[in-house]
Design a protein around this ligand. Structure first.
Ligand code: PLP
Length: 404
């Protein structure tokens, strides 16, 4: 099966330093299958036009394709309605939309609390700090244990009636922990708090059902789900999106404009000022079709077997410490080797053809929690193979012997 999958990714068939490329930086961005590349190309060869207000043939065709893509994404998330799916440029953009509009809504007051966790990416920290600065609210942080799992022993003092929003990731990009979000959402809802799930690392690896989760917002990025960069999704519950004010001003998000006054468009257009990434949305729908055809369970099972193999083999390396040993993990193995700087390790194994990420992974507070500046992180996608895990492990062994 793996050859059939790999043959759909032209970029993987190249040599780096006279060795086959081993691409293990999938949590940062994944490679794109032919089905997605062809969807982008077909769009530009046969459809390209600006959408929504054009009466001509191509404009209507592009509008239909754009709105069908929205419907497809709604189905992927099991969203109750397509107008709850907002096209953004990515997870960061989606979270900033919610943070900025919540701040402007007047619903967050001095003394209110926003709850996040130690595991968050900077994208799910900084926008809330900005909101706090504007409103006088304060951040509370769910701590973690040494395995990289939420420590919920003090949750009753962290999540209270004063909490207005809980914003957490579903899967940690730095450690791979799959967080028990459903229980937290349920508890938050019972206390009247809104809930936002950063799904940047879950949408690529597992089936998502926003209705079953019960959250108010779910965000993800196209480029991590086999689609191009520059496209992402904010799903929001209608009642909540309707309660929030508009964000960016411009074309498309208006109903009527005079020099004195503007009235705003309905969802989803209220949050889609300007010409959107039309091709990106269509390619994202193609990527979700591609993932569904392969089967989300098949993807998850294959990635899990690579994760188990990598975890066991890496632990055999002298002086290697794993960061993130949660019982429930997805697709990421993060580690450090005693006496070896992660940049040196990453640079040396790159020379052996193995591409991994090193550093803080946009999670500086998490690194501070472990008292380190960064890790080396290998992250897996469905096209990775067991042989590639062996190449990773051998490269890490060799490099660590050279560097220690
Ligand atoms: N949240 C998590 C958990 C991530 O892993 C990332 C990207 O790595 C982001 C947010 C930000 O995503 P983007 O850069 O696509 O906006």
């Amino acid at each position: 099966m793996n050859d059939a999958i790999r043959s759909q990714f032209p970029i993987l068939h190249q040599q780096i330093n006279q060795r086959p490329l081993v691409y293990l930086d999938n949590a940062a961005t994944v490679q794109k299958p032919l089905a997605v590349l062809e969807a982008s190309e077909t769009y530009y060869k046969e459809v390209n036009a600006n959408i929504h207000r054009g009466v001509h043939y191509l404009s209507r065709k592009a509008t239909d394709a754009h709105e069908q893509a929205r419907d497809r994404i709604a189905r992927y998330l099991n969203a109750p309605a397509s107008h709850e799916v907002i096209f953004t440029s990515g997870t960061t953009d989606s979270i900033n939309l919610v943070a900025a509009t919540l701040a402007d809504s007047g619903k967050i007051q001095q003394g209110d609390r926003i709850l996040i966790s130690t595991l968050e990416h900077h994208s799910n920290i900084v926008p809330w700090q900005m909101l706090c600065k504007k409103t006088g609210a304060q951040l509370d942080i769910i701590p973690i244990n040494d395995a990289g799992e939420w420590d919920l022993s003090e949750i009753d003092s962290l999540l209270t009636e004063r909490t207005k929003l809980v914003a957490v990731n579903h899967v940690s990009n730095a450690l791979g922990t799959i967080n028990p979000i459903h229980a937290l959402i349920t508890k938050a809802k019972a206390l009247g708090a809104l809930t936002l799930i950063d799904g940047a690392q879950s949408a690529p690896h597992m089936a998502i059902d926003v209705q079953a989760l019960g959250c108010d917002f779910y965000t993800f990025s196209g480029h991590k789900t086999y689609a191009p960069t520059g496209i992402g999704i904010l799903w929001g519950r209608s009642e909540v999106l309707e309660m929030l004010p508009p964000w960016r001003g411009g074309g498309e998000m208006i109903k009527e404009v005079t020099f004195e006054h503007t009235t705003y468009n309905d969802l989803p257009f209220k949050y889609e000022a300007g010409t959107p990434n039309i091709e990106g949305g269509i390619a994202l729908a193609a990527a979700l079709d591609w993932m569904d055809q392969l089967g989300l369970d098949t993807i998850a099972q294959h990635e899990d077997s690579l994760l188990q193999q990598a975890t066991q083999a890496l632990l055999d390396i002298d002086g290697l410490r794993l960061y993130g040993t949660a019982t429930n993990k997805a697709s990421v193995v993060s580690f450090a080797i005693e006496g070896v700087h992660h940049y040196d390790l990453g640079t040396l194994i790159d020379q052996m053809g193995v591409g991994v990420r090193t550093g803080h992974h946009c999670c500086q507070p998490l690194m501070q929690r472990f008292g380190i500046t960064g890790t080396t992180r290998a992250s897996f996608a469905v096209y990775n193979t067991s042989e590639e895990i062996e190449l990773l492990v051998n490269a890490v062994k060799k490099a660590s012997m050279m560097l220690r």
